[in-house]
Design a protein around this ligand. Structure first.
Ligand SMILES: Cc1cc2nc3c(=O)[nH]c(=O)nc-3n(C[C@H](O)[C@H](O)[C@H](O)COP(=O)(O)O)c2cc1C
Length: 590
């Protein structure tokens, strides 16, 4: 029997995997090959940049992954590899036997992503075949709740939702809180721009998260749980619903789980997609049907959470680590990583790199190793400028500090934070003032408005940044940005305001010259900010083809056919269309 898998997470589907799936289905049906070929859907293996992906597995254990597959290529793979066992060399992106793609996986260690892109996320038996739900069994029958917490504590696992709080300690607080009724919540809100780790795990291996939540519920003494997922993740929600229903049917969820006295039921709460609803107290308010706004802590949710009851909230990735820890032992987990940051971390790689996608690396690997050894370096041979880590609450780490290891404390020293794992790589053509403006405009829009400094202070900071990028910056703008940043950080109630100035502060710290060039010289060194960029035609290269003049939306280009053309900078709106269409690369930015 041969197995053909099609990557059907959101990344695959948006690249066209459904068409490939339907075509393969047609081929198997037409030739009535159901006894010979098993066609399966799978999640994301991480190579998002090569989607749609198709993997062919043969009985002898050989496996090949093909990338950028369309209907035509799918037919070729089917004809040659599936039916005749001949590898289609020119379409291979990863050959498990020979490796490939500069050993994309060789520096990775997959714990959270152990089943992603490998199993069918809609088939509970696939999860069970990979050892799924044995950790739950072990926890329920071999360990007391205290021993489970002890194990999680020894593992050194820290929350992967951004804060990095020790998971075992948090579980212990909930367990110790008095009260018969307790809750476990999985935070799958994932609001950071550029982050898609949690979505991928839910779409590719939902049972691993359910199993982690079940083990937590047993340990802390909870009977009910919620998974808070943003409604913009429909595929994750669909797969979670199926996973919950299948797990209930098999006796892993519900009453007397695995014939024990442990009862646990799970509901999904769909969030409307507000960034602040990822903050734990706002999330709880949202589940209770109230407006998602944070409240003062203490009391912490472990003491008074959902409907005033002790509640344990963890992130998707945190929960997905748990079954592995229980199965393989806390010491094995703790043997990976650095002194204070144990295990692995999942990152969503985006930006100017050759290979964007999802990776999982042992803590302690450096940012440079991720960029160059795993992500294949910077696109088009350009130079690395900075890496934005930790989303809008994080900061920009300059290229010269990219030898920093992946470790909570080491990353904080740079001014950024580990965050939930979004990593956006920027090259020399990125304007750092513009980047700061982008992240601040996000947090400014997402502020719930409860705290004055967060609501209005971020607005004032954004106004200043906008002025600077438009060439209207003033000498006192930089001290004003510092002053506002300090006040917003200290006077805000929740993490949104407390961290909103970070992208501005880190860019000011490492790229002050760029701010100064915008303010004093009215220049954007990266040639990004439209108001500070002038488009010019090189008379030696222009052939007078007239294409640029025809395409200019504001009629700013003049010149007769076969004569050198000229751009009127008074009329030019710096849209860049002329540069894009010029067949001779005669247009340049000044
Ligand atoms: C504005 C804001 C947004 C947040 N968004 C998320 C999120 O999307 N997902 C998440 O797991 N944690 C998010 N957090 C962190 C949570 O409040 C909480 O610390 C986390 O869910 C705890 O889980 P952990 O201990 O497993 O990390 C956010 C925090 C703040 C302040």
């Amino acid at each position: 029997m041969k197995t053909v898998l099609v990557g059907m997470a959101t990344c695959g589907i948006s690249a066209g995997a459904e068409k490939v799936w339907n075509h393969l289905l047609k081929l198997v049906e037409e030739k009535n090959l159901w006894s010979e070929v098993k066609l399966e859907k799978t999640g994301c293996i991480g190579m998002c940049y090569k989607e749609p992906l198709v993997e062919v597995r043969h009985d002898d254990g050989s496996k090949t992954i093909y990338g950028e597959v369309d209907v035509e290529k799918a037919a070729k793979i089917f004809e040659l590899d599936v039916l005749k066992g001949k590898t289609v060399e020119d379409l291979v992106v990863y050959d498990y036997g020979k490796k490939g793609e500069a050993d994309l996986f060789s520096k990775q260690k997959r714990i959270v992503l152990r089943n992603c892109g490998i199993i069918n996320p809609e088939d509970i038996d696939d999860y069970i075949d990979k050892g799924g739900y044995t950790a739950l069994e072990k926890a329920l029958f071999d360990y007391t709740p205290e021993q489970v917490i002890e194990e999680v504590t020894i593992s050194g696992l820290r929350g992967r939702g951004g804060g990095g709080f020790p998971t075992g300690k948090k579980w212990m607080f909930t367990k110790m809180s008095p009260g018969e009724k307790k809750y476990v919540i999985c935070n799958a809100d994932e609001g950071d721009p550029g982050a898609f780790m949690d979505r991928s795990v839910l779409e590719s291996d939902p049972h691993s998260v359910l199993e982690g939540m079940l083990i937590c519920a047993y340990a802390v003494g909870a009977q009910e749980g919620y998974i808070y997922v943003r409604a913009e993740y429909p595929r994750a929600i669909e797969r979670l619903k199926k996973a919950i229903s299948d797990a209930t049917e098999r006796g892993y969820l519900g009453n007397n789980i695995l014939k024990s006295s442990f009862n646990f039921s799970l509901k999904i709460k769909e969030g409307a997609g507000a960034f602040v609803c990822g903050e734990e107290t706002a999330l709880i308010a949202s589940i209770e049907g109230k407006r998602g706004m944070p409240r003062v802590r203490p009391p912490f949710p472990a003491v008074s959470g959902l409907w005033g009851k002790p509640t344990n909230i963890n992130n998707v990735e945190t929960f997905a680590n748990i079954p592995w820890i229980i199965t393989n032992g806390a010491l094995k987990f703790a043997s990976m990583g650095t002194e204070k940051s144990k295990g692995t971390k999942v990152f969503a790689l985006a930006g100017k790199i050759e290979r964007s996608g999802l990776i999982e690396v042992p803590m302690g690997l450096t940012i440079n190793e991720i960029i160059y050894d795993i992500a294949g370096g910077i696109k088009n041979g350009k130079k690395l400028k900075a890496v934005q880590m930790g989303g809008p609450s994080g900061g920009c780490i300059p290229a010269e500090l990219c030898d920093t290891p992946i470790d909570y404390e080491e990353i904080v020293k740079t001014g950024a934070i580990m965050g939930s794992g979004g990593m956006i790589v920027m090259d020399e053509e990125t304007c750092m003032v513009d980047v700061a403006k982008f992240f601040l405009s996000f947090t400014q829009k997402e502020s719930c408005g409860k705290c004055t400094f967060c609501r209005i202070g971020t607005k004032r900071m954004l106004e200043i940044l906008t002025r600077i990028t438009e060439g209207r910056g003033e000498e006192e703008d930089i001290p004003k940005l510092y002053e506002l940043a300090e006040k917003i950080k200290s006077a805000s109630l929740c993490g949104l305001g407390q961290t909103a100035p970070n992208p501005v502060l880190t860019t000011l710290k490492y790229f002050l010259d760029e701010y100064k060039a915008h303010i004093y010289d009215k220049k954007c060194p990266a040639k990004v900010c439209p108001a500070l960029v002038k488009y010019v035609i090189d008379p030696d290269k222009c052939i007078g083809c007239t294409i640029c003049a025809k395409k200019c939306p504001v009629g700013a280009i003049s010149g007769a056919p076969k004569k050198v053309h000229v751009i009127d900078s008074e009329k030019c709106i710096s849209c860049g269309k002329c540069m894009e269409v010029c067949p001779k690369d005669a247009v340049y930015k000044e």
